[in-house]
Design a protein around this ligand. Structure first.
Ligand code: TXA
Ligand code: MG
Length: 338
């Protein structure tokens, strides 16, 4: 299959290109599109054959449900049975934006989209191109991140092309994704609201609106065995570069370098003044804020692979705000934490 890739202007998305892209969706095909979090691989969420193509292109296990993207609140009524008051509060504050909410689903949403669950994950992205594209499609759009299964999520169109060239017909190139990490997922189908995945909206921001929420135990221990009925995405290896990843918690970079002298090493750190003596470091990435780290982490993983780095050392990350979301992704990618 030939993969078409077209640049679209953020502020004034070209009508003709969105039309072209939405025609693929209308013909039961998939289209990759930018959002403020990461690129998504979209298809008509209400059509089984279309959704099947998402799973095939990504080689995604069929037991991992998809997020359904909408462009207007009124689309929600067709998809979910009830909207709890707490959901209204969250939607008022964070939609459009990087928050995915899990509701009890209506019959209309096919099993393939929710992997047979009676709940459905819904998000209204804030990215201008994403919103206009979904509106043009005139159907809710199921979309996982547009990477091959287990690869780091794509934050520029080139990443999507590298993973899915020849497997999907169309990529909308909207440049860089602002946030760089996926949306935060909150489950409102249980008695108490529970965060299943920390992401672009922080837990602190959510608690400011609805009070204390529970954190699924896999959030900071993502390698722990989980009940997949509740947190289906958590059992898979994710976000992994080819290189081995070590996350520093208590150890020091020097110690790890000493043990790995013969390897090609890359370092990612929030310490702007970090200096390494007596060792050759292939790629040193020093970021000056947690926001920049969130924006770049997946991109850096991919770049390190392009440089054939064998070991990526990720320096300490503070466990608050967006740091929690970044830690969750790095812990999933890491072979060990020291
Ligand atoms: O930012 C994002 O959320 C991006 C962009 C494209 O919107 N999408 C994304 O999708 O990250 P994906 O498929 O990579 O991650 C979706 C997560 C998975 O962990 C999945 O298990 C979970 O959402 N999920 C989806 N439906 C669910 C449900 N009904 N119950 C529990 N978890 C669900
Ligand atoms: Mg993903």
């Amino acid at each position: 299959m030939n993969t078409i890739i077209k640049k679209v202007n953020y502020d004034n998305p070209e009508e003709s290109i969105l039309e072209e892209a939405s025609n693929f969706i209308k013909n039961n095909e998939v289209v990759a599109f930018p959002t403020e979090t990461v690129y998504g691989l979209g298809a008509n969420a209400l059509d089984e054959n279309s959704v099947l193509k998402i799973f095939e292109a990504k080689a995604r296990p069929s037991d991992n449900p998809l997020i359904v993207h909408i462009s207007k609140i009124k689309q929600l009524n067709d998809l979910v049975c009830e909207i709890p008051p707490i959901a209204h509060k969250l939607m008022d504050k964070f939609w459009p934006g990087a928050l995915t909410i899990i509701f009890k689903k209506k019959e209309l949403v096919p099993d393939i989209t929710t992997a047979g669950r009676d709940s459905v994950a819904i998000r209204m992205p804030s990215h201008n191109i994403a919103l206009k594209f979904i509106e043009k499609c005139n159907v809710p759009i199921a979309a996982p991140s547009a990477n091959s299964f287990s690869k780091p999520s794509p934050t520029i169109a080139k990443h999507v092309y590298e993973d899915l060239n020849g497997k999907i017909p169309f990529i909308i190139d909207g440049g860089n994704c602002n946030i760089g990490l996926e949306s935060t997922i909150i489950d409102l189908t249980q008695e108490k609201p529970m965060i299943l995945r920390p992401g672009g909206i922080t837990i602190e921001e959510i608690e400011n609106v609805i009070g204390k929420v529970e954190l699924h135990k896999s959030v900071l221990n993502p390698k722990e065995k989980v009940d997949i009925a509740k947190a289906p995405g958590m059992k898979y290896k994710h976000y992994s570069p080819n290189a081995t990843v070590i996350l520093i918690e208590n150890s020091t970079i020097d110690k790890i370098i000493k043990r790995n002298k013969n390897k090609k090493i890359g370092i990612i750190s929030l310490n702007k003044n970090l200096q390494i003596n007596n060792a050759k470091i292939e790629k040193m990435e020093l970021l000056n804020s947690i926001n920049n780290l969130s924006h770049d982490i997946f991109k850096l993983f991919r770049e390190m692979d392009d440089h054939n780095i064998e070991l990526i050392i990720v320096d300490k990350i503070p466990s608050k705000d967006l740091g929690i979301s970044i830690l969750n992704r790095v812990k999933k990618a890491a072979t060990h934490i020291e």
